[in-house]
Design a protein around this ligand. Sequence first.
Ligand code: ADE
Length: 418
Amino acid sequence: MRYDCKDLNLADAGRNRIEWAWESMPVCRIIRARFEKEKPLEGVRIAACLHVTTETANLAAALKAGGAEVALCASNPLSTQDDVVASLVRHEGIPTFAVKGEDGDRYYSHIKAVLDTKPVVTMDDGADLVSMLHKDRRELLAAIRGGTEETTTGVIRLRSMERSGVLAYPVIAINDAETKHLFDNRYGTGQSTIDGILRATNMLFAGSRVVVFGYGWCGRGTATRAKGMGANVIVCEVDPLKALEAVMDGYTVMPSLDAAAVGDVFVTVTGDTSIIRAEHFERMKNGAIVANSGHFNVEIDIPALAEMAAEKRSVRESVVQYVLKDGRKINLLGEGRLINLAAAEGHPAMVMDMSFADQLLSVEHIVADAAKLEKKVYAVPREIDAMVASLKLATMGVRIDELTDKQKRYLASWEEGT
Ligand code: ADE
């Protein structure tokens, strides 16, 4: 079996953590139990490019239990948990190619290695695998039946491919499921982003000024959690509707250049490029902390910061301090890569349970119904979304009411008014 792993001796430690996460993934446990019996993925070769975490290990093992042959690589050079890779290779027999801190060449060589398994289904988080497949490995495209995409940034890239007419097979946008973005993006990113900043810095949030760039679901989650810890939260947003929402949610909203002068901590969660630039660093206070939680490391203009700095030094794990020519220190966390995975462990298993239940059921759907799908980006079927929500509630021991017949009739009618 081919693989690339930092140290196989970490396998037992990895297995303990994977089992710990599995305890908090009851919906995936239910699906896996069915997969073990029904084997809906028998012989299906899957190439997965995902953050290699304890939760992803459980996802990969559930796919394998359903009969699939899975090969896995990292979807970000800094998000890999090396003990998890070791356990996947040694205990699960899943070819895994990922080393935390790998450079760009090794990162892409890992995607290539996963594609070498000649997949028929792809699973991506950020669309780097799909992109390489369409650019450099086109000979493999004919065999691909479909794919899934986990995250906002990946779905944006895929929609652009669809618009340009280059998307060669159907892809299900997991991110757009309500059981995904309303929970994973909001509560998952919200908590894990703060977790990453805290683990990297050990700073006190109470009383600090936290500037959140972007008020999508990830930005909302981050702002809510920062506020909950006593921070004064400032939101910078370009969309008037979202900005208005942030105002009415109780945040201070202002242009980013104004925020640059007053913030203590800056977090980008926009999915766009060049959000914090030289003119922002120009205005920042001494000791400012700058982090990104968007998918790619393009939101903070690090080359501009490096240019402005007289000196750069590593001051703590995940913190590089840039000393500017005027003596101000700016602290960049996690090399500007997604801080929740670079400095913490990503979203908790309890929330990944829903995202990965959507993944499992969507892969099953692709395998069963590929012939009916076109070369498009598809939403997760409503029934899958509804099933994941119901199962999650049930596993949490939460019961809800059903509409009475009278209520159903009322909702279906127009005659009754004042
Ligand atoms: N994305 C964010 N958190 C994650 C996690 N724990 N596992 C996989 N992908 C993630």
